[in-house]
Design a protein around this ligand. Structure first.
Ligand SMILES: [Zn+2]
Ligand SMILES: [Zn+2]
Length: 250
């Protein structure tokens, strides 16, 4: 009996010190939303429900960019003046980009808290299943500088989780032209494709789905997503939707 007691107490002690150790190593003791105490995630359980878990599937959204609207208007202020993103059929951002979103994105991308990829992938899955069921997912290829700086690509992380953990249909239909490829081209060719940063991946020749959902982390002007949509439609895809984690408003 005594031995069992000792073992149990030992286990508790190990768990306690492991907890303290993790807090110490991660250095994240305060919730980024409310400032209260949190354990492993940088968001406390209460705030998690109000922010990350709160995708607002049925909220009123901007007819152009899909942002959740606060006013009675049907198109957001930004979309009244932004260049056209008309090649995208629907855009669904999970969250408006402010306050807590900035902090979380920074922790995830800049401070390499990669476990957040799982959290975000789970939320994206909910949107895919509710809004774009059965439609293949196409990740936006990363800028080469992005991987060079951090060593990993956030969208690749999420796509891999969607593909291998949730068995979603993820297709790398797009490729990004790097600068060296552009340099090899003649001057006239280069001028002709000056704007073309994304091209169809020839590995998928002849396998053209009718609809796809583009996946990116953040939508600022929408130019990147629109460009990707142009490349996809040029190859024969009829409908291009987009899901992004965040949508920037200013
Ligand atoms: Zn909190
Ligand atoms: Zn809008």
């Amino acid at each position: 009996m005594k031995i069992i007691n000792l073992i149990l107490r030992g286990c508790l002690a190990v768990r306690y010190y492991a907890g303290i150790g993790t807090l110490y190593l991660c250095g994240e003791k305060n919730c980024v939303v409310c400032g209260g105490i949190t354990d492993l995630l940088p968001v406390c359980a209460g705030c998690f429900q109000k922010t990350i878990a709160n995708i607002r599937l049925n909220a009123k959204r901007c007819l152009v960019c899909g942002r959740v609207l606060v006013s009675e208007k049907s198109v957001c202020v930004l979309c009244r003046s932004r260049p056209s993103i008309g090649n995208l059929n629907t855009v669904f951002p999970l969250y408006n980009y402010y306050l807590w979103a900035r902090d979380l994105l920074f922790m995830w991308k800049m401070q390499n808290n990669r476990y957040f990829s799982f959290v975000f992938a789970r939320q994206i899955l909910v949107v895919l299943q509710n809004r774009f069921d059965g439609i293949p997912v196409v990740p936006v290829p990363p800028r080469p500088s992005k991987i060079k700086n951090s060593g990993w690509d956030q969208i690749k992380d999420i796509s891999d989780i969607l593909k291998y953990r949730y068995k979603m249909n993820v297709l790398d239909l797009l490729r990004r032209c790097d600068n060296s490829e552009q340099k090899k081209l003649g001057r006239t060719e280069r001028l002709g494709r000056a704007e073309k940063r994304y091209v169809w991946n020839q590995a998928f020749k002849g396998h053209i789905p009718r609809s796809v959902v583009l996946l990116d982390d953040i939508m600022t002007t929408g130019a990147t997503l629109n460009e990707c949509a142009v490349a996809l439609k040029a190859a024969g895809v009829e409908t291009v939707h987009a899901v992004t984690l965040f949508s920037v408003s200013d």
